[in-house]
Design a protein around this ligand. Sequence first.
Ligand SMILES: [Zn+2]
Length: 134
Amino acid sequence: MDVLTKEQRSYCMSRIRKTDTTPELAVRRIVHRLGYRFRLYRRDLPGCPDIVLPRHRKVIFVHGCWWHRHNCQLGRRSPKSRRQYWLPKLQANKERYKRDRRALQRQGWKVLTIWECQTKKPEKIIGRITDFLE
Ligand SMILES: [Zn+2]
């Protein structure tokens, strides 16, 4: 059954194309080390989550700060060029994620968001990930 709209699907594909980024690998390593098995980029789920633990019904998103307008230094940085193109696009990323997260929660999934800037200090997110997965 195809539960994704066309727009969601192309978003999913664009995510898959930028797989294996450093922040994602950092989070995957932590989850792996905690002894959990997971799947990557389930295309049939809203937002195409980075890490999926089907048996626990939990998903983890690893967000690039700039792409999702995180409230941190990197996330607040303005596009250097083509602002009129980028700003609405970045805002749309943020809105889409809110919708996807709500849709997942309605389907009974628990959702954790990890930001790129947080993955630079893995020791700071291990606790959150452990709590989330327990
Ligand atoms: Zn950030």
